[in-house]
Design a protein around this ligand. Sequence first.
Ligand SMILES: *[C@@H]1O[C@H](CO)[C@@H](O)[C@H](O)[C@H]1NC(C)=O
Length: 482
Amino acid sequence: MAVPPRRGLPELLSIFLLAVVALLAGAARSEPDGTQKPIDSFSSDSARRFPDLPVLGYVTPWHSRGKQLVEDNRQKFDLVSPVWYTIHAQGDGYEVQGGPPAQEDEEWYRRLQQAATSSAEGGAESKPLQVVPRFMLDGWDEGDYRQLIFNATRWQMLSDVVLDVVKEKGFDGVVFEAGAAHALPQSLVTLSEALHDNEKLLIVVMQPIRTPGGEFDALAGNQAAMIEATNNMILRALPQLSLVADYFSIMTYDMSGPGGRAVSQRDIKNEKMSEAAATHDIREPGPNTNAAWVRENLITFIEATDPVMASQQQFQAGSLEALQASRKFLLGVPLYGYKYPVVFADKVTGKFIKPTPTIPPHEHAMMTGAAALKNRPKIPENAKPIMRDAGEPITAAQIADLVKEHQPDIFKLEPEGEYYFDYQPHDNGVWTRVFLPTTESMTHVLKTIKDVVEDDLVYSFGGAGVALWEVGQSTEELLASL
Ligand SMILES: *[C@@H]1O[C@H](CO)[C@@H](O)[C@H](O)[C@H]1NC(C)=O
């Protein structure tokens, strides 16, 4: 449900200005001035707001400012996963490709693995971070999966190629990602044993549990059935996987992205909106994640692993600690937004609406500070946005540029705390709705996770935290909410 930002506008404005300022500062910092930031310069004034929730941050080579953000905010992280490696099925075995792109990446992760002292007053210590690069199965077809699933020799081969890299590079473990990790339990047992024998961590990436036919997802019947089937496979694999994984990284983002269909161009042309709506052939864009969905995932994952707990307690009283250490759920938190090309339809009649220029209320002008934009077309209150094409991820930097350029009214979604705005490119192009994460949406997710962890004495599972995808698309402000 969308709530116009009538209250709290100054607050909203400040969030945005902060984000923009941070981006500008970030851009200035990454100028190639040749000076390497000293390792002891992290700021010690931003303590963790949720110290009991472990934080994993992904860092990709294609948004490499993430490296600096992690280092500047290292007290906010426990685990850092550079996205560097792919595993390929090659002839009779497996081959790992990739690695730190340059010498400075190598030096970067080695610095993270050392404790650091703040130069700020007080000289707080930052503990060593655990560097656990992601290894992803790449280009695998069904045959490659089948060969691995049923062949113990291959479990060992896969484990060997990964462990060789981990040992050679001195990593603290790995994040293992496959299209369907839940289909590879035996292989993961072998990998886990090899890693644990060397005191290394195994983090397994899991698909989230999706709810077919949610508010933003009017799905056809067979799509819903496929989602159900995937959910069931994931949950069935969990008891076994939870014995071998130190953490699960659960991809609770792209909630509204995949699945569903956009309204067809034919319907747009024929104004057949209500017809399309009746057959669920339309989709409204929605937020990237929300706390309710995250909570549902966490509880479902906890409950799915509970039988293990029960049987272990029965047979090995006192093994609780070992188990607790082996089951931590890191819920995915997106640090990027989404933009969707949309058309607007009247909520009641289903007719398409063309936004027309109006004079925005004073408060909006205050927010945008843009007298020049008074004639901006305004989306009528009774309009419902319909996707006319697939959405695309968008970084915080790109969002800040759009906000600066179009100075849109920005709305808040309750209860997610995510924000959105609409803009039309200056060439009268396709209207676009942008969803973006904020400190508020992140805090809401973190609080939700904390509540489950604190409530869950019944399960006394190993705990939960967050996995951030990905730090390079973020801002200092988003990271400050950790
Ligand atoms: C298992 O994999 C190995 C290595 O690729 C291969 O030599 C062997 O024939 C496979 N075994 C079976 C039963 O397919």
